[in-house]
Design a protein around this ligand. Structure first.
Ligand code: HEM
Length: 476
């Protein structure tokens, strides 16, 4: 009986608090009413970036929600993003503690997508020499992605081969479908799920990289080709206290910590770039005139169709720059960036934001804001970037696919360059068309929400090699 009475009392208090949440001393940003316990979680649905955009249209660019018990401020305009990521950058530089779990829980069902894709792939078998074509596409893509492997963990291209092999081996085991003709541009999207399954070989690979670095003798000479990299710097802190000011030195940097950091860097680098490349290729297939214009530019910059693209030629491809920017505007890989957390109590635009409030920046909504990008904001139109110099690296808050400020993406320049390089190779080396007589209007452009927004279905496309035989024999 007492328990029932207590329960009723708690319920009444919760209702009263819910109906009268206003604390007159501290004005919180406007937002929808939160339910007891779940707060506003029930409102988010499957596409939180879209739901939050719609809610911001009602409550404004600085909006308060409760996600479960987590007080959250959602930022949805360039002006507001600047206040949070520049003016008060340091105040919002923390990250949530649960982030790792959230990251790990991502992408359930990826396996199903890959399996379904294989069934579709097998329908088109026999049209052309699939294996050869797949190798060429992988080669063209790897040419760019290899650079990332080297720069992130200093493993000269082998990392890409290793990861691609893991995917392919796993894939082939399942259905023995080696000679697929339609190329599935998924690259390494299923990696996170496979990472779990393939912990042992990944551990071996990371050990291999670490040993490689430990066995390298570096020459202090500035001109030496053997330079210290990110992994060397991590190794120089091995077994040292993470916080030298901490008296008992309880936390030291272990070999496992270093491997975890390396894996995070690899994850942050690969999944983001491949998702972006898939969206660029989708938009190009949907807009054949843009594809043609881009092929024309690349061919001109490279000097014909008898060779592949070289890295230093990318800077002579302004249209490629616009195409990639336009894709990242419409499909910022991390639509809500990565959550920030306030380190102090802060007042912004008259709103009181308590310490430990989660901050979500809706980069997806900002990129599609018609106030900023005109009425055709939803349209893929690379030329909008033609006569303006909109910065992509976080200095222009109308466009922040890499975030901004001290928590902005440290790999932004590398990521942007990699996307451009891989796309340039794929577009220059091949003509592309949609399979099964599909018209460009029929191409599904739906996204699936997670930390990143990949396509809901993998992009299937048929490549035809367009370079001369001379260029092909140089590569094979
Ligand atoms: C298309 C490629 C990429 C995109 C779109 C992208 C996007 C992002 C975004 C939106 C954030 C969060 C920023 C924020 O919360 O304000 C981020 C963080 C991060 N990115 Fe990237 N990224 C890409 C490539 C890379 C690469 C190549 C690397 C590594 C070499 C990398 C490493 C990281 C790391 C370590 C963080 C966490 C930074 C921190 O918490 O301080 N990213 N990235």
């Amino acid at each position: 009986m007492v328990a029932i009475l207590l329960g009723i009392l708690v319920f009444i208090v919760a209702i009263i608090v819910w109906l009268h949440p206003k604390d007159n001393r501290h004005k919180v940003p406007p937002g929808p009413k939160a339910l007891p316990l779940i707060g506003n979680l029930h409102m988010l649905r499957k596409q939180p970036h879209r739901t939050l955009q719609a809610l911001a249209a009602k409550y404004g660019p600085i909006m308060f929600l409760k996600l479960g018990q987590v007080p959250t401020v959602v930022v949805s305009s360039p002006e507001a993003a600047e206040l949070f990521l520049k003016t008060h950058d340091l105040d919002f530089a923390n990250r949530p503690k649960f982030q790792l779990e959230l990251w790990r829980g991502e992408k359930k069902g990826q396996r199903d997508v890959v399996t379904r894709t294989n069934e579709e792939v097998s329908e088109a078998e026999g049209e052309i020499d699939g294996k050869r074509m797949r190798n060429r596409v992988a080669m063209a893509a790897k040419f760019g992605m290899g650079e990332e492997g080297r720069m992130v963990v200093g493993w000269d291209g082998n990392l890409v081969k290793f990861l691609l092999r893991m995917l392919r081996d796993d894939h082939d085991h399942d259905d023995n479908n080696n000679d697929d003709v339609v190329v599935v541009i998924y690259m390494d999207k299923g990696i996170r799920k496979k990472v779990h399954k393939l912990r042992k070989p990944i551990n071996e690979a990371l050990e291999h990289i670490i040993e490689d670095h430990q066995n390298t003798n570096y020459d202090d000479d500035d001109d030496s080709p053997q330079k210290k990299d990110f992994v060397d710097i991590l190794l120089s802190f091995l077994d040292q206290p993470m916080d030298p000011d901490e008296e008992q030195h309880k936390h030291v940097l272990t070999r496992n910590d270093i491997k975890a950091i390396m894996m995070d860097m690899i994850g942050a680098a690969y999944e983001t770039s491949t998702s972006a490349i898939e969206w660029v290729m989708s938009e190009l297939l949907k807009h054949p005139s843009v594809m043609k214009k881009l092929q024309h530019e690349i061919q001109h910059a490279v000097g014909g169709i008898n060779k592949e693209v070289e890295e230093n030629e990318i800077e002579n491809m302004p249209y490629l720059d616009m195409v990639v920017k336009e894709t990242l505007r419409l499909y910022p890989v991390a639509p809500l960036l990565v959550p920030h957390v306030s380190r102090n109590d802060v007042v912004i635009e008259g709103y009181y934001i308590k310490r430990n409030t989660q901050i979500i920046i809706n980069a997806w909504a900002i990129g599609r804001d018609p106030r900023v990008w005109s009425e055709n904001a939803e349209k893929f139109y690379p030329e909008r970037f033609e006569h303006n110099n909109v910065d992509i690296l976080g200095r222009d808050f109308r466009f922040i696919p890499f975030g901004s400020g001290r928590r902005g993406c440290p790999g932004a320049q590398l990521g942007f360059a990699t996307i451009k390089f891989v796309v340039a190779q794929l577009v220059h080396c091949f003509n592309w068309e949609l399979p099964f007589g599909m018209s460009c209007d029929e191409l599904d452009m739906n996204e699936t929400f997670g930390i990143t927004i990949p396509r809901t279905t993998h992009l299937l496309a048929i490549p035809t090699f367009r370079l001369t035989a001379e260029a092909a024999s140089n590569k094979e």
